[in-house]
Design a protein around this ligand. Sequence first.
Ligand SMILES: [Zn+2]
Length: 385
Amino acid sequence: MVTQKLFDDGELFEFEGKVLSCEQVKKGYEVTLDKSAFFPEGGGQAGDVGTLGNAKVLDTQEREGIVYHKTDKPLEVGSTVTGVIDKDIRLRRMQNHSGEHLIMGFIHQMLGYDNVGFHLGKDEVTLDLNGVITDEQLRECELKANKAIARDVKITVSYPDDQTLASLDYRSKLENMQNIRIVTIDGIDVCACCAPHLSSTGKIGLVKVLSHESYKGGTRVHILCGLDAVEVFSQRLDTVREISRLLSAKPEKAADFVSKLLSDNNALKQQLADIAAKQTDEIIKGLSNDGRGSFCVFADSLDMNSMRRIANEGVALTDGVFGVFSAAANGYSYIMASSSVALRARAKEINAALGGKGGGSDAMIQGSVTADEKTIREFFGTLDT
Ligand SMILES: [Zn+2]
């Protein structure tokens, strides 16, 4: 028997129903009732949760007109049970869903677009438009939606007959469907939809567009409505307040401050790179090795690229091993290069002698050591013997 659905009144959170069947399934039971206000998953919205008698309802699904309540406990067939829908979760979903219809109504009025994809998730709601919308157009629709919330416009559910349907202009037009359910926001939107809705726009509270991006030739718009929107925005406000505090800037000036910080930071990076390049040039100019044995040079905090440049020049001046050591937190970072000594095979021995770690190829190894300059220089003196 097809379940009699009670969620045309979206604000009916408690009802009584007779248990028609109770089947054990994977991890729980599937219960059917003669009637139910639980909304089964559909149209981008998750199934309701709550309780049936003393059993928890973990999910609600529908197959061929029958509503299946997934419960954690069995219920006695033939008994009458009280169903209670988790009001907070359902209310938030209805705020998001009715809010989506509301802003979509204004987008449709303005641009004629349809919603070709809808997802009502836990942390975000997305709607996919079959066309391109600008920031300004979205902002205008968002403002109109919020003004309609302030006007507290009626939302109604109806099942028009075929003749009325044929002449009715509504979104999500479905062909060859019986009992099409129409959700109307007076004077703003008419849409075919199976989900429970609030009874007026005032209960949506707030519609906020979070962002939008190009998607499959159209636009994906991220929105949040009602209590979910309030929560997300107070979290974001906390973040802005913290950024303002760190910058000692007013919240509305924070972005300008960050932008200035970033350009200052880039200028500093460039200055450091210039200094490093100059230091590297000077080290390269000063490289000399009359005896052509192994030798090394020391520098202050050079980056790896500069060290590699020096290593490439120094290795040409030796028959043994050339090393570049750059002062680092706990000793030195190093690059060693050689065209005659297979370094990879000796990396372990070198690292052990200098308290370090690292490796690489036969021609070049790199890593870090904890040994001091004197120990390193002495070690280089022993390399050719
Ligand atoms: Zn809908």
